[in-house]
Design a protein around this ligand. Structure first.
Ligand SMILES: Cc1ncc(COP(=O)(O)O)c(C=O)c1O
Length: 372
């Protein structure tokens, strides 16, 4: 029987999907309070996604700002920057997939805003970048992958002028959609535009599509439908509709489990990263004990062969942000501008480690890696 265990976490819990209508109407205010307590900040704005958060932050600034960002990111980030009327300055990365300090030093004079991406949950040294760009350049921390990642014993997202989180499908924790902006710079308090509430019919759509995605991501269906799903084109972005309340309600129902989910994810992350380190022809991009363990990123010269070997064993591992590379020329990227990124883009592989990933599949990953 053909089965393929998906890499990303679309395993919404049925019981929570069913009960998430229970506290539906009060959940948004309560969730905002939970985030304010967690980050010890009184300026939290809920948004429909992390990219909407980035869009809204940029809209709160003067028009036409120049934004430095790494090309190894989600295409929705680049789209949000352009749709907000800002322009993009691409900055290269290093072997750890983090923004290159040299690139920032070289281009800092041209930047109004710097986006620091805590990619795959690995934290960046925000204070170090602040020391380079000074206070004139605003810093947005892209924390879409990094909820509960720590830096110096504090959750990431508290040092930039703004930080944008995602509670979308397959993020950590995986919910039905949503995001938040933490406004750390008091000068921007109250300047993030408010959203229109989501229509009930759309809430129903969000909920039912989560059920559908859960079914499609069952290993048996995924083996057949997975590839088709990957080719599905995303819809036009809507930056005006607010957060889905049913998604927030779902998130609230798993909120008390977040430490347990983090520990499970970190355990998986360490198991997979250790196995990669002993495997031939693969290197882990970055290791730190304060990651949230969102995904394990590795570099491989012969990644197609490795992907196929895993696939034959019923495990999906993947390339990441391939769609971004194809769209870069549209955003003004000139080939050769970020050479390290271009090389890494050919070698990057991501391995699953999320909190709902079964132990049997983790064992299989370790076994396949030991035979590479
Ligand atoms: C690094 C990064 N930033 C931002 C986003 C956007 O998050 P959202 O889907 O909540 O807009 C993504 C989405 O995958 C991402 O990977």
């Amino acid at each position: 029987m053909i089965r393929l265990y998906p890499r990303l976490n679309y395993h919404f819990k049925t019981i929570n999907l069913l009960t998430c209508w229970w506290n539906y109407s009060h959940s948004t205010v309560r969730f905002k309070k939970k985030l304010e307590d967690y980050f010890q900040r009184d300026r939290v704005c809920l948004t429909s996604s992390a990219s909407t958060g980035i869009y809204k932050v940029l809209r709160a600034l003067k028009p036409g700002v120049k934004v430095g960002v790494q090309p190894l990111t989600c295409p929705s980030v680049l789209k949000a920057i352009v749709e907000a009327g800002a322009t993009i300055e691409f900055l290269d990365i290093n072997e750890q997939l983090q923004l290159s300090i040299d690139a920032v030093v070289e281009k800092k004079e041209h930047l109004d805003v710097l986006i620091l991406t805590h990619l795959f949950g690995i934290p960046l040294d925000v204070a170090g970048f602040r020391a380079i760009v000074g206070t004139e350049t605003l810093i947005i921390e892209d924390c879409a992958h990094a909820f509960m990642t720590k830096w110096e014993n504090q959750p990431v997202g508290k040092q930039g002028d703004f930080s944008c989180f995602s509670f979308g499908r397959a993020k950590f924790p995986s919910s039905l959609g949503g995001g938040a902006v933490i406004v750390n710079n008091p000068a921007y308090k109250g300047r993030i535009e408010a959203d229109k509430p989501m229509l009930f019919s759309k809430e129903l759509l969000v909920w039912s599509s989560a059920i559908l995605l859960k079914i499609i991501h069952l290993p048996l269906f995924y083996a057949v439908l997975g590839v088709r799903l990957k080719n599905h084109k995303s819809k036009k972005s809507d930056y005006t509709t607010g957060i889905s309340r049913v998604s927030i309600s779902y998130l609230m129902s798993i909120w008390h489990l977040k430490d347990a989910m983090l520990n499970r994810q970190l355990f998986n992350w360490n198991c997979v990263a250790n196995a990669i380190e002993t495997a031939n022809s693969l290197t882990v991009c970055s290791r730190t004990s304060t990651t949230n363990g969102f995904l394990v990123a590795a570099l491989a010269e012969n990644r197609e062969r490795i992907i196929t070997e895993f696939r034959n064993e019923g495990i999906e591992i993947g390339k990441h942000f391939v769609a971004t590379f194809d769209k870069l020329p549209f955003y003004g990227y000139v080939p050769g501008e970020c050479p390290v990124y271009e090389r890494i883009n050919q070698q990057l592989l991501t391995f699953p480690s999320h909190y709902q990933y079964p132990a049997s599949s983790i064992r299989k990953i370790i076994s396949v890696l030991s035979h590479l």
